[in-house]
Design a protein around this ligand. Sequence first.
Ligand SMILES: NC(=O)c1ccc[n+]([C@@H]2O[C@H](COP(=O)([O-])OP(=O)(O)OC[C@H]3O[C@@H](n4cnc5c(N)ncnc54)[C@H](O)[C@@H]3O)[C@@H](O)[C@H]2O)c1
Length: 335
Amino acid sequence: MVSFAKGVIAMSLPKVYVGLPIQDAGLEILQGKVDFRVWDKEGAPPRDLLFSELKDAEGLLSGLPIKVDAELLGAAPKLKVVSNYAVGFDNIDVAEATRRGICVTNTPEVLTAATADTTFALILASARRIMEANAFLRSGEWKVWHPELMVGRQVAGSTIGIVGLGQIGYEVAKRAKGFDMEILYFDVRPNPEAESRFGAKFVKLDELLRESDFVTLHCNLNDSTRGLIGEKELRSMKKTAILINAARGPLVDQEMLYKACKENWIWGAGLDVYNKEPVPLDEPLLTLSNVTTFPHIASATRTARNGMAVRSAENLLAVLQGNKPRDLVNKEVWK
Ligand SMILES: NC(=O)c1ccc[n+]([C@@H]2O[C@H](COP(=O)([O-])OP(=O)(O)OC[C@H]3O[C@@H](n4cnc5c(N)ncnc54)[C@H](O)[C@@H]3O)[C@@H](O)[C@H]2O)c1
């Protein structure tokens, strides 16, 4: 790991706190340009440390474990930029940052392909019972080939319903087209390119839920999407359908999802994200064999993570050098 700049020159550089151990590719960009310190331990930095680091910091490089709320922003009088190492920014109180004239940036595009790949890994793993089959073999239970052994659901030729067809949703549609899937989607705005390239059909959410064999969530978490999938929505899905969530846990009512999978209202679920992360081991969903669970790894490829490190460092530096950052979330702060 690159060590942070120190010494006489560094004293005159803007102070930055890097709240998570991002890849060297990102730290190298900051080297010599800002006076930075890195939190290189597991989990989020303790709140009191964040408060003390942000007393005189002009930049914060944050990530999902760090809650950048009004209280923290209020304790950072010199802060000009919160650069998030993620495309989602629901860990940040953007309205409060905007009110204080603080730029908020994210890292779109660089993690899109990796996240779409993971979505397909969840689709295939859930439909074809991959985790269950792997455990079955290793436990010594595999005694004989049988026509009904580990029979799952066919992905090829089925119908996928994409909720939120933005950048990741678009890449999921591209992969679905390769699997000869019929593509339905719901979004707050249509995506004509996905319609013409992949034959994606824009439908209302209730129709998508009724008609899809796979319902996959790719909208950002905001006031309009929190709890988007609850009891009514789960009950309206096909009994043979699978729900995939590689976006954000709170899009789904997790207790209802447990009931839906346990009582077979739906066939199963594939999850990368949860209401509470890391997921407590007593989470009931973890007891169900028809629920596939990944530990929030959708963007975890070397390519994507290096891209996120570079992009978050570049965005942070841009603001501190007086330039408009490429990925400004709250555009209204830039005059
Ligand atoms: N699991 C992971 O590690 C991981 C990795 C990357 C992204 N994500 C999540 O995926 C989300 C999407 O990323 P993206 O790059 O595609 O973002 P994006 O902004 O390109 O796409 C989000 C889409 O959701 C749509 N949307 C917003 N509100 C909606 C609503 N009420 N109903 C339907 N659609 C709505 C938007 O119009 C947009 O098309 C991120 O916000 C993030 O939370 C998770």
